[in-house]
Structure formats: C-alpha cells, structure tokens
Design a protein around this ligand. Structure first.
Ligand code: 9MR
Length: 355
C-alpha cells in the first residue's frame, strides 16, 4: 500500500482537525495498517513460496502467541505432536490427539501443515527403542507406523519429513535402530510406504548441518541422486538450518540449495533459528538479522526452494536455552512478541523478491 493519502484519509484528517484532534495519530494508524496488511506468509506467497513457523502443542494455549502465529504465517509444523512417541505410544496403538490438535488449529487459521517426522532416532517410544527386533519385525513395524500415520493425515499434510537426521557429520549413515537392524534399505522403503499411503504428499529427507556444502550435504546429494536413479519417490530435501552466530554462516548455501534442485527435488528450509551467545546485544542482533536475510535470499534465489519454516517464531518459546545453556535469542520476535531486526531483514528480502 502506498503512503499517499487517499481522498477519504484527507477528509478524515480535516474532520479530525475540525474536531480539535491532532492529525499525528491518524498517520500512525496508516503505518500500523500497512504492517497488518502484508504478513510474512503473504509476502512469501507473492514469490510462490510459504513462510511457516513450528508450533508445539502446549503453545496453543498461549493465546497471543497462537493468534500471532496464525496471522503472520501461512504454514506450520508440529514441533513434537507427530513424532513416533506421540503417535504410536504402544505397539499398534495409535494416538493422533496432539497432531490433530495442530491440524485443526492450522485449518482454523488457514495454514498448511508440514508433517514431522515419520522416522527419527530420537523421541521413539520405549517399547520400540528397547525392543530386540529382527529385521523382518522392525520392517513391518516401520511399514505399519508410516502407513497408519500418513493415511490418517492424508490430504491434511502437504509434505512429510519421512526420515529425519539419518547421517553423521562425516556423511556416513547414522547407526540408528533402523540402520542397525535393517540396513540402509529402510530409507527407500520408508519413502515407498509413505508414497503408497498418500501419493500426493511431498516426501522429504531432513537434517541439520546440511545448509552449506560439506561432507554431510555431499552424502545427501549422493543418496538423493541414487534414490532418483532407482525411481524411489523422493520429492524434497529439508535443510533444518539451526544456525549459531559463533560457528559462521553455512558455506555456499545458495549453491548448495541449487545443486539439490538440479537433482530434480524441492528444497525447504525447515527449522530455521539463529542462536547467539547470551546476553544478546545490538551488534549480535544486527548480525543475526543479516543472516536471516541471507538465508531468505539463498532460498529465494532458487526456484525449487519452496518455503521457509522457523522453529518457533519468538524467543518466548524455543528449544535452545534448555539444550544449549547460555545461548538463545534465536528467533525474529522477542519474548514479548515484539519484532527484532531479523524480522525486518526477512521482510525486506521477501518484499524485494516479490515486487
Ligand atoms: O522442538 C523440539 C523440542 O521441543 C524437543 O524437545 C526436541 C527433542 O529432541 O526436538 C525439538 O525439535 C527437533 C526436531 O524435531 C528435529 N531437529 C532438531 C529440533 C531441535 O532439537
């Protein structure tokens, strides 16, 4: 919206003057209106992308937080609600309460939902992680889990992180329970089972420390190339992007996104946050803003980078302080739901790309 005054605004200002009121508040209201009109989600949509935020179930009871999330974003990912411990707490007994709660919230707010995650080494129910399974048993457990969960959310989840964090930093396969019991074939099978359960859902592999070029992203490049050659249904690569100022910006991020796109898959930034060593200050927040802008621009530069999701949007709710004591302030809004410089950097990048 341009800031030129409409005839109606001029008339309103004149009326206000006549009524003895100051004009300044009216000008302020125009600015506020301008912000209310274009959300990050809408700006992303103008570029053919989405801009999402993760949400964890308990956060839905934080009304201000849930309302702002629903207004500003056009996509969401459950932080925990669709993980194995939540969806199949006992063998063959499924519980979709937490995931459904987020899907229903998302529907009410008009957000689309990324599903996270069908298979991960972490947050498994103890019946599964402590069991001694043969390869055949575990294969059928995995197949049933994926089939039930993906069928339940068919048409409600547009993309799934099918396999999460399946490689080590050096690019070798992570020795999770599935790898140790079944071997590496579990990855292609998981993708095939998910595809059979919902042929329209976009199926992703997802990991951290893969935003730049290096041994770990090289391993995914080789794996996805092979999966494509074998005609395994793989649609996308998720780069979590849990970044930290003290470790430097990912090396050649745009080129890295591009090389995956060139394999014929989509790329998504799935769990973006950029933590700082506390206390944060203006210098750190400025650098953080620069990085948020760079990540956004790296995605915007590649046609097949389809969207960005922040892992929560406010420092009020973040996984970081409990996992990395002394670090945090990683998100574009502060604890009071006030924008930080990072918000403006994202907004500016999206605006420039969409105009
Ligand atoms: O945000 C999630 C947090 O609430 C959980 O305690 C944590 C458990 O490991 O998982 C967090 O989300 C993770 C995501 O599922 C996978 N990538 C790393 C995320 C941060 O740990």
């Amino acid at each position: 919206m341009r800031r030129t005054r409409t005839r109606a605004a001029t008339l309103a200002a004149a009326t206000a003057l006549l009524a003895g009121l100051a004009v300044a508040p009216a000008a302020h209201a125009v600015t506020a209106h301008h912000h209310a009109e274009t959300t990050l989600g809408q700006l992303a949509e103008r570029t053919g992308r989405y801009f999402g935020s993760a949400v964890d179930n308990p956060e839905l009871t934080d009304t201000d937080y849930a309302n702002l999330l629903g207004k500003e974003f056009d996509a969401t990912t459950p932080g925990n609600g669709m993980k194995w411990y939540a969806t199949e707490p006992q063998r063959g007994v499924f519980d979709f309460t937490a995931g459904d709660e987020i899907v229903n919230y998302a529907r009410a707010k008009g957000l689309k939902v990324r599903g996270h995650t069908l298979l991960w080494h972490s947050q498994l129910p103890s019946w599964l992680s402590s069991g001694a399974w043969t390869a055949d048993e575990l294969r059928s457990i995995l197949k049933n889990h994926i089939t039930q969960v993906v069928k339940h959310y068919k048409g409600k989840v547009f993309a799934w992180d099918v396999a999460n964090e399946i490689t080590n930093e050096d690019g070798t396969y992570r020795e999770n329970i599935f790898y140790k019991t079944i071997g590496p074939s579990y990855i292609a099978d998981a993708l095939r089972w998910a595809h059979a359960a919902d042929p329209k859902a976009k199926l992703y592999l997802n990991d951290y420390n893969v935003e730049g070029t290096g041994a770990k992203s090289d391993a995914y490049y080789t794996l996805i190339k092979q999966l494509k050659a074998d005609r395994v249904p793989i649609d996308g690569f998720g780069m979590q992007a849990h970044l930290a100022l003290q470790y430097g910006f990912p090396y050649q991020m745009r080129q890295n996104i591009q090389r995956f796109a060139d394999l014929g898959v989509d790329v998504a930034i799935t769990e973006l946050d950029i933590r700082v060593i506390l206390p944060s200050d203006a210098t750190k927040l400025a650098q953080q803003a620069d990085w948020y802008g760079r990540v956004t621009n790296a995605c915007l530069a590649v046609r097949r980078c389809v969207g960005i999701t922040v892992w929560g949007y406010s420092d009020r709710h973040s996984w970081i302080p409990s996992v990395f004591p002394g670090e945090g302030a990683a998100l574009p809004w502060d604890e009071n739901l006030v924008h930080k410089p990072a918000y403006d950097a994202i907004r500016n990048a999206l605006t420039a790309a969409g105009s």
